[in-house]
Ligand binder design. Structure first.
Ligand code: GLN
Length: 247
């Protein structure tokens, strides 16, 4: 009897130590996506429904569907996403996040699912029309804290850099003349410019970046599922549909 109990306890211990995040997610009935929702068309708050929608959210929904669970979206400051993932507050990040070596030290990324690059947005008729990062020298420039734009613009000497949590605040300041420029990826730049006729993109695309979905390093099975979903989305016309719908 005693032996039996020892074996039982041991096997429970061994089985539970093999339990993956997928088991936890399935038991919970939901998977938690972390994002920063001021980045249309990847993730933004729908004015009418007040829900976070966008290209990344649809990918998240496909991942949730694949696992047979509900998708929960958490809107977190961009520079808080990796800490939230590492501490287990979210299960994965889908936030137009560029795959970088620095981030790869902390998390694992899926296969690239989108190619992007930064551009500079200015106020129309302001007389300031920067074409390169260097042209930003001597000016007041808004970026989102912890983004690749923050990293790249921080390297330019003589820039007065203002770091924002929300792009909506950066663009408000740009429109009001409190900033000379904002740097961010092309697709969201285009979305902001479209909705604000006072603004325009002044530069060509300045960087080449690949977006990836991030998971904790130990969650290899989840990463496998995510890559499978991305592959399915790409082979099916679903990806074309998503691109058509959001771009
Ligand atoms: N692609 C950029 C980065 O990863 C910006 C992403 C974002 O602001 N959501 O840093």
């Amino acid at each position: 009897m005693k032996k039996f109990l020892v074996v039982l306890v041991l096997s429970i211990f061994i089985i539970s130590s093999f339990a993956t995040v997928i088991d936890t997610i399935k038991k919970r009935g939901e998977i938690i996506l972390g994002t920063e929702a001021t980045y249309p068309p990847f993730e933004y708050v729908d004015e009418q429904t007040k829900r976070v929608v966008g290209f990344d959210i649809e990918i998240g929904q496909a991942i949730a569907r694949k696992l047979g669970v509900k998708l929960v979206v958490k809107d977190i400051a961009f520079d808080g996403l990796i800490p939230a993932l590492i501490t287990g507050k979210i299960d994965f990040i889908a936030a137009a996040m560029t795959i970088t070596e620095e981030r790869q030290k902390m998390v694992s990324f899926s296969d690239p699912y989108f190619t992007a690059g930064q551009v500079i947005v200015v106020r129309k008729g302001s007389g300031f029309s920067p074409k390169s990062y260097q042209d930003l020298s001597g000016h007041k420039v808004g970026v989102q804290q912890g983004t690749t734009a923050d990293i790249d613009v921080s390297k330019v000497k003589g820039v007065s850099i203002v770091r924002y949590t929300r792009f909506t605040d950066a663009f408000l300041d740009l429109a009001l003349g409190r900033l000379d420029a904002v740097v961010l990826d092309f697709a969201p730049a285009q979305a902001y410019v479209k909705f604000n006729p006072k603004l325009e993109i002044s530069s060509p695309v300045l960087s080449q970046e690949n977006y990836g979905i991030a998971v904790r390093k130990q969650d290899k099975e989840l990463l496998g599922v995510i890559n499978e979903v991305l592959k399915e989305l790409k082979t099916k016309t679903a990806y074309d549909y998503l691109i058509d719908k959001w771009f």
